[in-house]
Design a protein around this ligand. Structure first.
Ligand code: SD4
Length: 320
């Protein structure tokens, strides 16, 4: 628990303005806790919600759930939750997962009409003996646990989809224009490290397509003794290389979070399995000491970080 002085300092931080660091500018890598990190600059608002939990000495899992729910509910974020771009048949289908400090996990994939898949994923972890539920089974489970059925296709997403239908040209593209899936990792005051990842996946994907985000070891992985990693970008590339698990294993072997993320990005490039030179994958990682880092294939990826130094966006080094 935070003492009174620490609590006042931590609470005041949530009122601080957002600082944007210049590309290449890095914060000093001294591990601090509590801390929350998330993918892309859109993570800033989500960090604020997570920080409210962490600043009160709360649980990292509550923090990441509260954090990513901000983007799940944001109709302007068209790669997550409500307002997410649909598949090619006009269905918004969502993928999400959580993992906690004990290595327990829950996940949902191909879930429709439920605004907060991350909360359903958490219930899969706590209320079932399973790790993953998909499609109609996941929806049935959500409805049975009090989640409400909602239309998640906003007018804007529907208009964009109808425009896309005019050509129906499909390239699996997650580049710097088409992103904002949120992955988040938090380390709380008591040293508990938890993570969450949530997305509507690739825009205009084939019906039934599931990306990396709900797949433990690909989109998210946490090892209680080491730390955690989370992914964003072209999910197929992340799945093929078991990206987040690889990063955690690299940290176990002594790599810093940034160096571990770099290994996983290099692994994608070595495999050279994507023919698209604009393919983007970004990883962020956090170790048990509160040291964080990230790496991406191409430029444009950033990390949102909030600890006692404030809530800010830092540019991430890229390979190409
Ligand atoms: C997916 N990784 O479904 C997700 C997409 C993503 O930013 O991260 N978009 O492949």
């Amino acid at each position: 628990m935070l003492n009174r002085k620490e609590f006042i300092k931590a609470t005041a931080l949530s009122l601080l303005p957002v600082n944007f660091l210049k590309p290449g500018q890095r914060s000093v890598q001294i591990g601090k806790k509590p801390v929350v990190i998330s993918t892309w600059k859109t993570g800033i608002n989500a960090n604020n919600a997570a920080w409210e939990v962490l600043a009160k000495g709360g649980y990292a899992l509550d923090a990441v759930e509260a954090g990513v729910k901000v983007e799940e509910a944001n109709p302007k974020n068209n790669t997550v939750g409500y307002g997410g771009r649909p598949d090619r048949d006009g269905n918004v289908t969502l993928d999400a997962c959580v993992m906690n400090e004990k290595g327990e996990c829950g996940s949902v994939a191909f879930l429709e009409n439920i605004k907060h898949p991350v909360s359903v994923a958490r219930k899969v972890m706590t209320e079932t003996p399973h790790a993953m539920l998909v499609g109609s089974g996941a929806k049935k489970f959500a409805l049975a646990h009090g989640f409400e059925e909602e239309n998640l296709l906003t007018q804007k997403s529907e208009e964009d989809w109808k425009k896309w239908l005019e050509t129906s040209e499909y390239k699996l593209e997650v580049n710097i224009e088409n992103h904002d899936t949120i992955g988040m990792l938090a380390l709380d005051q008591n040293g508990r490290l938890c993570g969450a990842c949530t997305t509507s996946g690739a825009a205009y994907k084939m019906q039934g397509r599931v990306g990396d985000s709900p797949i433990i070891g690909a989109g998210l992985f946490i090892d209680p003794k080491v730390g955690g990693a989370v992914a964003t970008g072209a999910g197929e590339e992340v799945i093929k290389t078991a990206g987040s698990h690889l990063i955690v294993e690299m940290m176990r072997a002594g790599h810093s979070p940034e160096a571990a993320c770099k290994v996983a990005i290099e692994r994608i490039i070595e495999r050279n399995s994507s023919n698209n030179k604009d393919t983007q994958v970004g990883y962020i990682a956090l170790n048990n000491e509160g040291v964080f880092g990230g790496y991406s294939i191409v430029k444009g990826f950033d990390i949102s970080v909030c600890n006692e130094d404030g809530n800010r966006v830092e540019a991430i080094t890229h390979l190409i």
